[in-house]
Unconditional design. Structure first.
Length: 390
């Protein structure tokens, strides 16, 4: 497997061995297929906030001439609202006997297999009963298990995904904004989050203050949503997302401020250990990783930065070859002036702070995820720092 996703390799091999799953680059091989899923990336454009739809457009253009009459092309990719309608018109010009539907994916990296086999809802944007019935056949086993089924029009189906991601980003940045207030007032954001999380109208998920969100979805999706709202003449509706994005990026800068508070403004020659490279645990995805962004900024400031991650070292090294990487936690923290905990892998929560204290130059740890046991580290003689906690 060229990337890490728990449980996927075993599932993939099982389906390949059963001959239920095959791979091809020959589009003529799809002529007998009833359903064609389009699952390609929609990255942010290099020259702006909007989504780059090159891969989606190319996929439709490649599949359409070979799709048999009566078959269904189903988009899974996250796209700006209005994309499906445009693609449906493009499809009609090439193959009017093929229909387009939109069925957004809601997969979490690190839980993609679970989210595929046991989704919390199925949203389908369709323009006919026939298209809906086809998709109900595809998802028959899930519907039998009681998974909620939501039929929508094409624009609504597109909006469901970006609205969900925008809400999650808002919740994460909200608690990080509260962390800023706690730092200014002497409060503790972890206690605050616990207290408001008991309110059933709010809930406790995504209320863990830290260095914010990253990866290949939330950052680019909220930016593309803003760009699309402006195209639609509704720019003011999503202006708040600009502040959500800003709060998210500020969280990374605040970790660097904490480093400078402890080590001084001049970081040249300071040895900094970074625990975590992936943008989240149980993944090796380093796209827009807050951890690596911080590591790079510290390196550019002259610090001697060493990074550890249980799964993401190779993809991180491929993108940031100038950084130093360690295969072991011990090698990463050796001689460190400060340790930064930036991706909340379970193995980092299991570190014995007493056991590594004699390996570092200064016993200072900055918990960028508010996931470590502060009392344990403090009792072990460490100076413990975290965002949103006095």
């Amino acid at each position: 497997m060229p990337f890490y996703e728990p449980g996927l390799e075993e599932l993939l091999l099982a389906e390949v061995n059963s001959q239920r799953l095959k791979f091809t680059s020959d589009f003529s091989q799809i002529r007998d297929c009833d359903v064609h899923f389009i699952c390609v990336g929609t990255p942010q454009k290099k020259d702006g906030l909007a989504a780059d739809l090159t891969y989606v457009d190319a996929s439709i253009a490649s599949v359409a001439p070979h799709a048999k009459a009566g078959s269904l092309i189903v988009g899974k990719s996250t796209v700006p609202v209005g994309t499906a309608g445009r693609l449906a018109e493009m499809l009609r010009k090439v193959n009017e006997k093929v229909e387009l539907a939109w069925n957004p994916e809601f997969l979490r990296e690190g839980f993609a297999v679970e989210d595929t086999l046991r989704p919390n809802r199925l949203v389908v944007g369709v323009t006919s009963d026939r298209a809906e019935e086809t998709l109900k056949e595809v998802y028959a086993s899930l519907l039998k298990d009681g998974v909620p089924w939501i039929r929508a029009d094409l624009p609504t189906a597109e909006l469901v995904k970006v609205a969900a991601n925008s809400f999650l980003a808002t919740k994460i940045s909200f608690i990080n904004a509260m962390a800023e207030i706690c730092e200014a007032s002497g409060g503790d954001v972890t206690v605050l989050a616990k207290a408001i999380g008991y309110d059933p109208r709010i809930g406790s998920r995504f209320l863990q203050a830290g260095i914010g969100f990253g990866g290949g979805c939330l950052p680019k999706d909220i930016r593309a949503f803003m760009a699309r709202s402006e195209e639609l003449g509704a720019k003011q509706s999503l202006e708040f997302l600009r502040e959500i994005d800003s709060i998210n990026l500020r969280a990374r800068a605040r970790v660097i401020d904490l480093v400078r508070t402890d080590l001084g403004q001049d970081l040249k020659g300071k040895k900094i250990a970074v625990l975590g490279a992936a943008f989240k645990p149980d993944s090796d995805d380093v796209r827009d990783s807050p951890a690596l962004d911080i590591a790079v900024q510290l390196s550019q400031a002259g610090a001697d930065v060493t990074v550890h991650d249980p799964k993401a070292i190779e993809p991180a090294r491929a993108r940031f070859s100038h950084l130093t990487f360690s295969e072991s936690i011990e090698g990463c923290v050796a001689g460190a002036d400060v340790i930064l905990h930036l991706t909340e892998w379970k193995i980092y929560r299991e570190i014995n702070p007493s056991a590594i204290k004699n390996q570092v130059n200064q016993a200072i740890i900055i918990d960028g995820r508010n996931a470590l046991d502060r009392d344990l580290w403090v009792k072990s003689g460490w100076k413990f720092r975290a965002l949103g906690r006095a």
